[in-house]
Design a protein around this ligand. Structure first.
Ligand code: SAM
Length: 234
């Protein structure tokens, strides 16, 4: 399968295993991942956020229930919400999720915005788990015809050591632990020296292991700068 599908499949496998009830996809683009996630009935609230409202709007109606969902309702309920907004800004509606996914998002942020993103996601949204994927620059030498970054909008591409050092700092500051993995394997014999094409960090909040997602900042003022573009209840 294509690399973007492998990244989405990684998230789907995680969802099957951990059964998060509230999932937010940051940088959801045209909602491709969300459309696959809506079939996982443990999820009760599925939220997508992207700074580009037009790209969300293009295909968001594909998230509507199929007529079969009305004719044969399951006892589960699902609510889907899509927002136009920036991950550098806090929005109270995104707090306390079980899983937040950021697939090929962080490399589109300047390093200043990356700091804001980190504070928003790990310090304010405080989800139980976070999946972050980003290009592994060590793999670039294996990509034919590539000079420079993989995409002209990328602000950086990190090697494994750089991603690791950023992730470990995030963990120390915000009380998370992280496991490193990836998708897109290098050819046999090069796997250790090069690593995966997309590197992935799976973060878990340390004090959140009891299953009940307690919010530490209940005295925060209510902020909701994101614009709701679409909302549907199954
Ligand atoms: N996550 C999708 C995937 O798995 O294919 C799309 C990744 S796409 C390479 C990066 C997305 O991040 C784009 O849709 C872009 O509009 C969005 N984005 C960039 N900066 C953002 C920001 N500050 N806040 C929210 N979304 C942002």
């Amino acid at each position: 399968p294509a690399l973007h599908q492998q990244r989405h499949q990684f998230v789907i496998n995680f969802v099957k295993m951990k059964k998060p009830k509230m999932v937010a996809d940051l940088g959801c683009n045209d909602c491709k991942l969300l459309k696959q996630l809506k079939f996982h009935r443990e999820i009760e609230l599925l939220v997508g956020v992207d700074i580009n409202g037009d790209v969300i709007k293009k295909k968001m109606r594909g998230l509507a229930p199929l007529s079969a969902n009305y004719l044969q309702p399951t006892c589960d309920q699902l609510c889907v919400e899509l927002y136009q907004g920036s991950v550098t800004q806090r929005d109270a509606r995104l707090r306390g999720f079980h899983l937040v996914t950021c697939i090929e998002l962080i490399e589109h942020l300047t390093l200043t915005d990356l700091d804001h993103f980190t504070a928003v996601v790990f310090g304010y949204m405080t989800p139980l788990s976070v999946i972050i994927s980003t290009p592994n620059s060590e793999y670039n030498a294996l990509l034919p015809g590539l000079s420079g970054f993989r995409h002209r909008d990328h602000k950086f591409e990190w090697n494994r050591a750089e991603f690791r050092s950023w992730a470990l700092k995030v963990c120390l500051k915000y009380s998370y632990k992280v496991e490193f993995t990836g998708v897109g394997e290098a050819p046999l014999g090069m796997q250790d020296s090069v690593g995966f094409c997309s590197q992935i960090g799976v973060f878990y909040r340390l004090e959140g292991c009891t299953g009940c997602n307690v919010l530490p900042f209940s005295d925060e003022e209510d902020v909701s700068p994101y614009t709701l573009l679409y909302s549907v209840k199954y």
